[in-house]
Ligand binder design. Structure first.
Ligand SMILES: NC(=O)c1ccc[n+]([C@@H]2O[C@H](COP(=O)([O-])OP(=O)(O)OC[C@H]3O[C@@H](n4cnc5c(N)ncnc54)[C@H](OP(=O)(O)O)[C@@H]3O)[C@@H](O)[C@H]2O)c1
Length: 162
């Protein structure tokens, strides 16, 4: 979605074998999470990102905050890695960075309508079919361990009719 709007997108992943897929989706570069030194996060590090979307929380979000450019914006979406956030105020007061929270479940109908409309038009994600695989409800328990161990890639749709 961001690539379509002209941004230079860098994807951060733990799965090296998903690089080609991420590039197909629009990433210009793919970074491996394992390449980050998350044990030594400085209050301010090299200013790199104008914007970021984070679904991990924890150390990755702290690292993102420390590497935002002036007036950069982070959308905090999830806590797949951790609910904790150990950072400093430095990115916020010295670089004007912003941390925006998003709660899709409690968003108003007006906002949802606007988002869904745009997701169906100018922001429509490419390759939606390739992004999902469908499983019957009976197979769902077998997938949970893979989710917990971060082994899943792409989306899993559960067909309740089967
Ligand atoms: N804010 C909201 O309104 C809202 C709505 C729905 C969901 N959420 C939250 O958004 C987050 C992401 O949801 P999702 O369905 O995309 O989750 P997911 O499929 O479980 O995880 C997404 C990716 O995060 C990485 N990951 C998972 N566990 C990790 C770990 N322990 N350490 C480091 N990386 C890890 C993996 O990336 P790689 O495959 O690239 O390694 C994984 O593919 C969840 O925390 C969910 O609760 C928020």
């Amino acid at each position: 979605m961001l690539a379509k709007r002209g941004y230079h997108v860098v994807a951060l992943t733990g799965k090296e074998n998903e690089s080609d897929w991420l590039k197909k989706l629009g990433a210009k570069e793919v970074m491996l999470r394992q390449s980050l030194d998350l044990k030594k996060i400085k209050p301010l590090d090299k200013a790199t990102w104008a914007g970021a979307v984070d679904n991990l929380g924890g150390e990755v979000l702290a690292w993102m905050a420390s590497t935002m450019k002036d007036n950069g914006v982070i959308a905090a979406v999830g806590l797949a890695a951790s609910a904790n956030l150990n950072t400093t105020v430095m990115p916020f007061i010295l670089r004007g960075a912003s941390l925006l929270g998003i709660n899709s479940g409690e968003s108003s109908k007006d906002i949802r309508d606007m988002v869904w409309r745009r997701l169906a038009t100018d922001l429509k994600p490419p390759l939606l079919k390739e992004m999902c695989r469908t499983i019957p409800l009976a197979q769902l328990p077998g997938v949970f361990d893979d989710f917990i161990n971060a082994k899943i890639s792409r989306r899993v749709v559960v067909d309740l009719a089967e």
